[in-house]
Design a protein around this ligand. Structure first.
Ligand code: MN
Length: 244
């Protein structure tokens, strides 16, 4: 059986305007049985539709902040830099992918993007917007290869079943986070300070957004590989349906 081919959204180097991709996402996808392809930073609607049709699944990767106009807000001082190219091409692609019910994994920025695209919103900066929060370092002070805090998963959620656990040790490299989950999404994981760390759409073939970076934990933390492996399995089922 052919391996599923998974579209991976690229990083945008805002200083040089170049497309970039570190090895972690590609390694994690390859080691768990998929072929990753890096997607362009610019896409029109027709191209996004064609990609959504022909690839087996999509990983929306981490990256810079999302422009606040996209979720109906003015920019606050705590907001960071953004990539106009990524905001527009990823939203275009996601709407085409969602229409076709192809499997989607959103990581960090990718989870926030899913939530915004489906009608939710995010905190532009959790540190200034939720000052009373217990002070977990969502921007961890050490290498992302090591977990920094725990996420409690909702019992009965798809993510809990995939992870085979209700408590995950995760890394944390974010200052934004989902505020109000989109109506179709269910919150399925939170850190102990109440921050939403995982969402999923229960009636979708596979749509999960997580705030941590499993690609940097893969190979060492079984829950990270279980997630990639479940995503890739869903992509291979989807590929079989669309080619039959
Ligand atoms: Mn976190």
């Amino acid at each position: 059986m052919d391996k599923p081919v998974i579209g991976l959204t690229a990083s945008h180097d805002l200083k040089t305007d170049d497309l970039r991709m570190g090895h972690f996402y590609m390694d994690a996808l390859r080691h768990n049985g998929a072929i990753p392809v890096i997607l362009p930073l610019t896409l029109d609607e027709e191209e996004a539709g064609q990609l959504a049709e022909s690839l087996d699944g999509f990983l929306f990767s981490g990256g810079p902040d999302i422009h606040p106009f996209l979720f109906g807000e003015e920019t606050l001082m705590g907001c960071g830099d953004f990539s106009p190219l990524r905001d527009s091409s990823e939203l275009l692609l996601l709407s085409q992918v969602y229409e076709r019910k192809k499997p989607v994994l959103g990581i960090c920025r990718g989870a926030q993007l899913l939530n915004i695209a489906l009608g939710g919103d995010i905190y532009q900066d959790i540190f200034s917007q939720i000052p009373a929060r217990s002070p977990i370092a969502h921007r961890q002070p050490f290498n992302a290869a090591h977990p920094a805090h725990r996420v409690a998963l909702e019992s009965g959620s798809r993510l809990a079943a995939i992870s085979e656990s209700l408590s995950l040790e995760v890394n944390s490299l974010h200052h934004q986070a989902i505020r109000n989950a989109a109506p179709c999404l269910k919150v399925c994981g939170r850190s102990s300070d109440g921050i939403i760390e995982a969402v999923e759409q229960p009636d979708h073939p596979f749509l999960i957004g997580i705030q941590w970076h499993p690609e940097q934990l893969a190979g060492k933390y079984p829950h990270a590989d279980r997630l990639f492996s479940a995503f890739i399995k869903a992509c291979s089922r989807c590929g079989q349906i669309s080619s039959s």
